[in-house]
Ligand binder design. Structure first.
Ligand SMILES: C[S@@+](CC[C@H](N)C(=O)[O-])C[C@H]1O[C@@H](n2cnc3c(N)ncnc32)[C@H](O)[C@@H]1O
Length: 292
């Protein structure tokens, strides 16, 4: 007996023609213009698979139709977020890159505490976790600061986490993490800062520590409204940017750092030629000079 031919959505898939190199090129340009991410030639198969998924989901039959839909859509249109989610990498986990958190606890915190004791600063601290994905990095910062800042005077800490992905930001606001995301969290920190998660999450950040964090959507290519950060953490995102986009992002970062503030980048971010205005002590640690 012959089976009935499948209908939509598989039916739609079967009539989607292969994407042409010219169409892929247009999509790559669109992504670049929107968020600065460069799609390398090796990633074109991945891009075409991801595009096919959006065509299926929207019920559109051609890549040109979907391209037109995106071009017409407002920046706030949910389809942009769904599209960008497909073409960006959200990989993240708590305590990623141990050296950065050792520096934060053992060098950065003692330095700012000494400044406060000497009367050179209020007991206030502002940190930006830029391109924070689901908030794991911002949460790591919250744990390190809560652990090392003295109880008196009470420090006012604001950790601003931003990402271009609305879905990632919504998840960050939940403050809930999987076992995989939690795997490098020291045991003592788990006990002190986290409680058992709900709705399938392994662990949730306890309420008092959540108050240090606020999350919002933001595109790194655009100016951030907030200012005067003591520390900006920008990791594992500029690797997807070309030199021109990296420069644009770093210009924005310089605008929002306090003189003497620090920037942490990922180890393989390729910014060594672009951070000339900073004092760079390590490949990943850059200080905005006090005189700026
Ligand atoms: C690999 S994750 C890195 C997360 C975290 N910083 C870490 O190192 O674990 C990269 C993140 O960059 C975000 N992203 C990509 N382009 C962006 C842009 N133009 N503005 C803001 N976020 C962007 C993606 O949405 C993604 O969540």
């Amino acid at each position: 007996m012959l089976s009935t031919p499948p209908t939509s959505p598989v039916g739609i898939t079967s009539i989607i023609a292969d994407v042409t190199p010219k169409q892929l090129d247009s999509y790559a340009k669109l992504i670049y213009e929107k968020i600065g991410v460069t799609i390398s030639p090796q990633k074109t198969t991945l891009l075409s698979n991801r595009l096919r998924r959006r065509l299926r989901a929207t019920g559109l039959a051609t890549y040109d139709d979907y391209y037109k839909l995106l071009k017409k859509a407002a920046a706030s249109d949910p389809e942009w977020d769904l599209f960008l989610q497909e073409v960006t990498t959200h990989e993240t986990y708590l305590f990623r890159d141990q050296a950065h958190w050792d520096w934060l606890r053992d060098k950065f915190v003692p330095e700012i505490v000494a400044e406060q004791k000497a009367g050179h600063r209020q007991a206030q601290l502002r940190v930006w976790s830029a391109a924070c994905s689901t908030g794991d990095e911002a949460t790591t910062i919250a744990c390190c600061l809560a652990d090392r800042l003295p109880a008196t005077p009470a420090w006012h800490v604001e950790i601003v986490g931003t990402d271009v992905g609305a879905g990632a930001v919504a998840q960050a606001k939940q403050g809930a993490f999987s076992e995989r995301a939690m795997r490098l969290v020291p045991r003592a920190y788990r006990q002190r800062f986290f409680e058992k998660g709900t709705a399938g999450a392994c662990a949730s950040l306890k309420a008092p520590y959540r108050e240090m964090l606020k999350f919002s959507t933001h595109n790194l290519l655009e100016p951030l409204k907030e200012k005067a950060f003591d520390l900006v953490v920008l990791k594992n995102v500029l690797i997807y940017f070309d030199a021109a986009s990296k420069k644009r992002v770093l210009t924005q970062i310089k605008r929002v750092l306090r003189p003497g503030g620090y920037l942490i980048t990922g180890a393989a971010e390729g910014v060594s030629d672009l951070v000339g205005d900073f004092e760079s002590t390590q490949g990943w640690l850059h200080r905005w000079p006090k005189g700026k």
